[in-house]
Ligand binder design. Structure first.
Ligand SMILES: [Zn+2]
Length: 410
């Protein structure tokens, strides 16, 4: 920030994040928040203000990715024969690199739905202390799961628990560790050979205990739900977000219930592409075949949920960090109107996070803003090109962007 003066972005073509009309306006930022959005003629600007002319560009709210795994951005090259074992502490630098990559992609907030070794908690703290730039991080701490095959594979990403009392204790443990919200595996995972993603993997009593404890303590609950068994339990017991929700197109009653309760769906189309095709060589054949079926389901659910009026949030659930808007592109390719896909990546993400003052360009909102070259409504893919993401502001501070130094803002 630059002293006490305000920041003005002038000549912007503003996409407000909530689906309002696109209009040319000047955006006034004071103390990290949007103080005014002035359409039409720019009003007199105070002499001590910093003015950034963004004419011809589009301004939208900082993008929100509602489904990331921050510790999965492992970009360290494999250890070759003869090389010394690698110090695990190097992963911390990798995490910081990932955080910078997210900002360069216009992602100013992420909801981490499970990382190894407390990495998301560490990164959140490092960003808060100003040790490294990065998006605002909300994290679940460890993922709650019944004793299940995934626990063998995901190790420190999981907290296995069985029975309502142990589940309740597991929630309390995450809150003690600093979790912003709670995540529970209500079904198995498509990425685990010995898990069946169709049936519920917890009992109703277990899920009820988790939601009761979390909500009483002011934490939201995200449920991993691929098959309908787990999705039904989760919706009926009142979770706040459904992750994946691939099979929901087969249960219109559940989609209606989600729409009226405000339960957010995070469709994560990219992750089924990953297992079915993009990264298929990393997975056993049986999982690849399953993912191909799930990919079809995911797109059917996207459209059915949209038609039912369910709030959607963008969740990439993939890598590299900063390429997250590929999920937005896939939403559009899947038939979502471009404006609605953008809303999923802004206001929808804020709804998933339970953050009221994010994901919108309006007076009073936190000034997380992205300036892009071109019109993402005409071509959503420009949001996947860091070269076209000119400027990224987080709470009114420039944190990334290809524009380079921007006067005293830097
Ligand atoms: Zn995930």
């Amino acid at each position: 920030m630059t002293g006490t003066g305000s920041i003005w972005l002038t000549g912007a073509r503003v996409i407000d994040g909530v689906g309002g009309d696109v209009e040319r306006a000047a955006i006034e930022v004071v103390d990290g928040r949007i103080a005014g959005v002035h359409p039409g003629e720019t009003p007199p600007i105070p002499a001590d203000a910093t003015v950034v002319d963004v004419a011809g560009r589009t301004v939208l709210p900082g993008l929100i990715d509602a489904h990331v795994h921050l510790s999965s951005y492992d970009r360290l090259p494999p250890i070759l024969r003869g090389e010394a074992p690698r110090d695990p502490a190097l992963r911390i630098f990798d995490l910081a690199n990932g955080a910078r990559g997210l900002l360069a992609g216009g992602i100013t907030t992420v909801r981490d739905v499970g990382s190894e070794d407390d990495h998301a908690l560490l990164l959140r703290e490092a960003i808060r202390l100003g040790l490294t730039p990065g998006p605002r991080v909300l994290t679940c701490g460890r993922i709650l799961s019944a004793t299940a095959p995934g626990g063998v594979i995901f190790g420190s990403m999981y907290r296995e628990a069985d029975g309502p009392d142990e589940m309740r204790k597991a929630v309390r443990e995450q809150i003690r560790r600093g979790a912003d919200f709670i995540k529970i595996m209500s079904t198995g995972a498509r990425s685990v050979v010995f898990e069946d993603p169709e049936p519920a993997q917890v009992t109703r009593d277990e899920l009820r205990a988790v939601i009761d404890e979390a909500h009483r303590m002011g934490r939201r609950v995200a449920a991993h739900a691929e098959g309908l068994g787990g999705a039904r339990l989760a919706v009926e017991e009142g979770v706040d977000t459904i992750e994946h929700g691939l099979s929901l197109h087969r249960a219109p009653d559940l989609l209606d219930a989600m729409a009226s309760a405000g339960t957010v769906l995070v469709p994560t189309l990219t992750t089924v592409h990953d297992v079915a095709a993009t990264h298929a060589d990393h997975y056993p054949e049986v999982l690849v075949e399953q993912a191909k079926r799930q990919r079809d389901d995911a797109y059917l659910t996207l459209i059915a949920a949209h038609a039912a009026g369910v709030t959607l949030a963008m969740g990439f659930d993939s890598w590299p960090p900063g390429g997250n808007a590929l999920e937005l592109v896939r939403m559009v390719e899947g038939g979502l109107p471009a404006m609605d896909a953008l809303v999923a990546a802004t206001r929808g993400g804020a709804a998933a996070c339970g953050l009221d003052d994010l994901g919108v360009v309006a007076p009073g909102a936190i000034a997380d803003l992205v300036v892009v070259d071109g019109d993402p409504l005409a071509d959503a893919a420009i949001l996947t090109d860091p070269g076209r993401i000119r400027l990224v502001l987080q709470a009114g501070v420039v944190v990334a962007g290809s524009a380079g130094p921007v006067g005293p803002l830097r």
